[in-house]
Design a protein around this ligand. Structure first.
Ligand SMILES: Cc1cc2nc3c(=O)[nH]c(=O)nc-3n(C[C@H](O)[C@H](O)[C@H](O)COP(=O)(O)OP(=O)(O)OC[C@H]3O[C@@H](n4cnc5c(N)ncnc54)[C@H](O)[C@@H]3O)c2cc1C
Length: 443
């Protein structure tokens, strides 16, 4: 196990619980990162919240519940160190980290070694999990780049907002590819287009310029790789028409309601294989989240948009998992190496730990000479896993939070006005139980 963060700690715990010995290599305090401040395992680098604990109406709450049922160390420690935070699961970060570390230290099958694994792990290590997170040490990052190719390794999240398709108003928006050009799948109507007239465009640009934005940390400012993905507010500041010649260009598109080319267009592209999520093309931004919701709902067709995730731009190392990993999180090119945590392209403390949980179980099963099936995609664990190991678009892969858009549609469809969230949740927890029964009795 390389990395003793959220994912690494969870994976080591799961491995030991399966009766397999594990060595956990954590480089802190020998070598630090730009964001961690201490030496503790599972340090929360920023917020102290694991977000909503509502297992009925919130996808991350469902993920909490699934992880609890899978004997998660991270969730057990979080529950024990819980602070009052309304519907959220927030923790005392020092107590939480200490609780995780104490549990692992007390586990006879876990050996904790404080050392950096510089470069790729030695060839004789035949079952390795790399969970070194968004701030992977440079020497290991270089080793990985040599193995995966630099195109498949990113050092920045340049996240454009992602919208639930069923909240787009198709009385205004329409499907069309620029110049009706066939895409890789052969379709000529692969994009959702939202039209803006001159006044609407000018108002939009003004709102983007005036909107409240977040700042880069000093250590993020020095990270290269940034010119190719300028935030929309930086483009807007370069001139009133820069966006119209950039991501909002209307050429090759005809609004079926007017029969004319609009003044500007916002395009959305399918983001997952299920076709439930669409990302706003070229709309990476450092606008604050509340501002994004307010301003992007000014766009015709997106007045009632629900966002699966909002845009952002920050330092984050992750691999192109849909391209590189098999369904058990192993590197296709070198299956002795398995990945877990934020480096796989999930986003968030809970999601990172969740992928650690699965990687640990897969690795333990491999040591026992067996395999376990991945959890079904109808569960939060399975939906997240399916997204990073194939469902996400490898051409445009960006980190993902758990959300109901990752769940396959309900069958039978409960109808347009149904309250879907509790239905997704109930299905997820029932399917998780079935999976647990099969995978835990199989060993
Ligand atoms: C600045 C910042 C703020 C964030 N804020 C939030 C937030 O508020 N909420 C949220 O949900 N998510 C947040 N995230 C995203 C993400 O959830 C966290 O980064 C999370 O900690 C990821 O878990 P992980 O286990 O993948 O990585 P980490 O928790 O970072 O663990 C990786 C571990 O690997 C170690 N390591 C690295 N390289 C090596 C090496 N070569 N050898 C040995 N050990 C090594 C590191 O020291 C670290 O302990 C943030 C990320 C960053 C960068």
């Amino acid at each position: 196990m390389i990395g003793g963060g959220l994912a690494g700690s969870e994976a080591a715990w799961q491995i030991a619980r399966e009766g397999v010995p594990v060595v956990l290599h954590e480089m802190r305090p020998v070598r630090g990162t730009e964001a961690h401040t201490g030496a503790g395992l599972a340090e929360l680098v920023c917020s102290n919240s694991f977000r909503s604990d509502d297992a009925e109406r919130n996808a991350v709450g469902v993920l909490h519940e699934e992880m609890r049922r899978c004997n998660s160390l991270i969730l057990t420690a979080a529950d024990r160190c819980k602070l009052p935070a309304g519907g959220a699961l927030a923790v005392d970060r020092d107590e939480f980290s200490a609780a995780v570390e104490a549990a692992l230290a007390a586990e006879p099958l876990v050996e904790i070694r404080r050392e950096e694994i510089a470069g790729l792990p030695p060839a004789e290590w035949d079952e390795v999990i790399i969970a070194t997170g968004p701030l992977t040490s440079p020497s290991l990052a270089e080793g990985l780049a040599a193995l995966t190719g630099t195109d498949a390794l990113a050092f920045f999240d340049a996240i454009a907002p992602i919208i639930h398709r069923d909240t787009i108003d198709f009385d205004v928006a329409w499907l069309q590819s620029r110049y009706d050009k066939p895409g890789p799948g052969g379709g000529t109507a692969d994009y959702v287009n939202c039209p803006l007239d001159r006044a609407g465009y000018q108002d939009f640009v003004a709102a983007v310029l005036a909107g409240d934005k977040t700042e880069f940390h000093d250590w993020e400012k020095s990270t290269p790789y940034f010119d190719g993905c300028l935030p929309i507010e930086v483009m807007a500041a370069r001139g009133p028409d820069t966006l119209r010649w950039g991501p909002m260009k209307p050429v090759g598109l005809t609004d079926p309601r007017t029969g004319r080319r609009p003044h500007a267009v916002v395009q959305l592209r399918q983001d997952n294989a299920l076709g439930t999520l669409y990302n706003m093309v070229g709309f990476q931004t450092k606008l604050r989240h509340g501002e994004q919701t307010r301003i992007f709902r000014q766009i015709p067709g997106l007045e009632h948009a629900e966002f699966a995730r909002l845009g952002g731009l920050h330092r984050n190392m992750f691999i192109n998992s849909p391209l590189l990993l098999d369904p058990e999180l192993r590197l296709k090119a070198q299956p002795r190496l398995r990945f877990a945590g934020q480096i796989t392209g999930v986003e968030g403390y809970v999601e990172s730990a969740a992928i650690g949980l699965l990687a640990g179980r897969f690795a333990a099963a491999a040591r026992h000479g067996t395999t376990i099936a991945p959890p079904p995609p109808t569960t939060a664990l399975g939906g997240l896993l399916a997204h990073i190991t194939g469902g996400g678009d490898a051409r445009n892969f960006q980190p993902m939070n758990v959300n109901f858009g990752l769940f396959p549609p309900l069958s039978p469809d409960p109808g347009r006005h149904a309250d879907r969230k509790p239905l997704y949740s109930r299905r997820a927890l029932a399917d998780l139980e079935a999976w647990r029964l099969i995978s835990e009795t199989a060993r």
